[in-house]
Each structure stands twice: as C-alpha cells, then as structure tokens.
Design a protein around this ligand. Structure first.
Ligand SMILES: Cc1cc2nc3c(=O)[nH]c(=O)nc-3n(C[C@H](O)[C@H](O)[C@H](O)COP(=O)(O)O)c2cc1C
Length: 325
C-alpha cells in the first residue's frame, strides 16, 4: 500500500509506532522498521543525549531500514537539553522525528537543516494547522481515544480525522484507537494516509517490557482506562489500577485546588517500576481504550502482516463486494 506517508518516510506499510516512554527502545523500533513500518525510539527514555546516541546505534545494528526518534516537549520542571538530543539524532543519521507535547517551532531550523522529516503529533485541528504552518512534513492526529495525552478538547477520531482532512494540505496519520486492518481502512476512509499505534505495539513479543504489562493490556477491556490530571490541564489516559484509584480519590477530594505535588507519588518515576519490574499497581501509565481490541501477543511482523492482509481483504472483498451488489 502506497500513500504520501510511505513515500515521505521510505517505508513499505503506512504504519508508525508512536514514541512510548520506557517502551520505545531499540528492540521495538527495529522490529517495526524491519516489518516495513516506521519504528520510533523515544528520546527522553534515554537520560542523556549520549545514551540516546547509543540507543540509535543499537537500533542500527538491528535494522538497516529507516527509523525515527520521538521528541516529547514536556511541561516539566527541568527542561531536557533538546538541542543536544537533536544533535544525537542528526549524528545518528536518523531522518524522521516525531514531535509531541508542545510545538516544535523553536527546533524546526535545526531539524530541517539536517534534512529530517518531522511528523508532529497533536490532538486538535488548530495545532495540526500550526504544525503545517511552521514546516512540519506530516501530522499524527491523536484522537480522544488515545493512550497518553489526548489534550483537553475530547474530540474522538470519527470527527477529528475528517476535520483534519478538510483543513490540512500535508499528509496525516490517524493515531489513537488503532489496532488492526479495520482501523487502517477506516482511518484512510476518513482522510488519513496511514496510522500510528501505541498501545497495540506494547503487546508484541519484541516490546522490551515486562510480560505483566503485555498481559494487562490483553486482559483489559475498552472500559478499563481512566483520565487523570484533567484539572491540571495535563490530561492523561491511563490503565486503571490501585495507584490510579488513589489519584482519582485525591483529585475528587481536592477539586480544582489540585496540585501536581498532591499526586506526585503515583505519577513520578512509575514507568521503570511498571515496564521493567512489572509492578502493575505502582501508579499511572498510559494506555489507550484500544486495549479492548488487543487479544494476543504476536511478533511485530505477524501483527503488521496481519493488519495489511486484513486491510486488503476489507477493501477488495467486503467493500468492493458491497458496491457490486
Ligand atoms: C505506555 C505509553 C507511553 C507513551 N509515551 C509517550 C511519549 O513519551 N511521548 C509521546 O509523544 N507519546 C507517548 N505515548 C503516546 C503514543 O505515542 C501514541 O500517540 C498513542 O499511544 C496512540 O494511542 P493508542 O495507544 O490508542 O494507539 C505513549 C503511549 C503509551 C501507551
């Protein structure tokens, strides 16, 4: 399947693996790229730009296909040294960057001078248009269903994607709630030229996380995520667990007076405990509603091949067949 997204990134299938903290390491990124998608290493999981350089080099040993790096601009206390992270990306020969969080505007000159294709992930049409205006090559449109930060507008992909298609000139992928061939065909029908998946890629053999995490996603239904930090305007969709129940109780008690310090124990430093040690009650970690569609732990190649075969069957048999009747 060829779209402007496959052409832009030089990949076989229009499937991207979104950046994921403590998941998007070399093993997963290389597996996705080897299977014909675009695998993405998550920069800030590497504590320093030097460690990111090593992670890129590790991925390079596992694949000669294009890989990308995610740069998340966080509303944090200590600002990471972004120009140095970008230098590591450039020196590592990476030609695709997924940006997320705030606008990548102040870094665009550095990225574009190195010939890097930038895909900005955002949750609204206005932010997508801004990304287009500042020179991003593509956009990842992240609907309300998504795991992680869905923004504050709460517009699901059935509305958000066609709205993006009405306004954008650059190509975009659908992100949030994507799991299978049905998702890909639906996303394309709504105007996207590919899809970005997070949660679905965690439940794969190559995802370098504890088996408890994969099993939790397989066990979860579409009802098992919660939104936290809304009153901080930093809404995050996470899988429910006892740590998250504590956050929600504190949020209810504090109301609009909530401060990040009130829930810091349940949101800070949780990822290594969950992803590496498999402590499933530790606290908040991102997970999409799409967990309700995840029922197995295939290899990345099995997953991507299955998605493409299913998409082709839907287009050529079910949809074409419906027209023929
Ligand atoms: C465990 C986890 C960690 C994530 N970490 C990041 C991150 O560090 N930066 C980022 O831009 N997006 C992050 N995301 C969002 C994904 O890249 C992707 O946009 C999202 O998962 C898409 O929704 P889906 O889970 O329904 O596929 C994360 C998602 C998950 C599930």
């Amino acid at each position: 399947m060829q779209t402007r997204i496959t052409q832009l990134f030089g990949i076989q299938h229009p499937i991207i693996q979104g950046g994921m903290h403590f998941v998007g390491k070399a093993e997963l990124a290389a597996a996705v790229s080897n299977a014909g998608g675009l695998g993405i290493i998550t920069a800030l999981t590497q504590k320093t730009p030097e460690l990111l350089a090593k992670e890129i080099a590790r991925a390079r040993e596992m694949t000669d296909k294009p890989i990308g790096v995610n740069l998340t601009f966080l509303p944090t206390f200590a600002k990471p040294p972004y120009p140095e992270y970008i230098a590591a990306i450039i020196d590592g020969g990476v030609k695709a960057v997924e940006t997320a969080g705030r606008s990548p505007e102040e870094h665009m000159a550095q990225l574009k001078a190195a010939g890097i294709k930038v895909i900005h992930k955002c949750t609204s049409v206005r932010h997508a248009l801004k990304a287009e205006r500042i020179g991003c090559d593509a956009v990842s449109v992240d609907g309300f269903e998504c795991g992680g930060h869905p923004g504050e507008d709460d517009v699901p992909n059935f509305i958000l994607l066609p709205r993006a298609a009405e306004e954008l000139k650059v190509p975009f992928v659908a992100s949030g709630g994507m799991a299978d061939g049905r998702s890909l065909v639906a996303a394309m029908a709504l105007g996207a030229e590919g899809m970005n998946m997070g949660t679905r890629f965690i439940a794969t053999k190559e995802a370098p996380v504890h088996d408890n995490v994969k099993n939790a996603i397989v066990a979860a239904s579409e009802l098992d995520t919660r939104l936290i930090m809304r009153s901080l305007r930093n809404t995050e969709r996470v899988i429910n667990n006892s740590g998250v129940e504590e956050i929600l109780a504190i949020e209810r008690a504090k109301g609009d007076a909530l401060k990040i310090e009130d829930i810091i124990d349940q949101v800070a430093g949780i990822y290594p405990r969950v992803m590496e040690q498999g402590d499933m009650e530790a606290g908040a970690w991102s997970c999409g509603m799409v967990a309700g569609l995840v029922r197995d732990v295939p290899t990345v190649k099995e997953l991507i091949d299955r998605i493409m075969a299913e998409a082709e069957a839907i287009i050529t048999k079910r949809l074409a067949g419906a027209l023929a009747k």
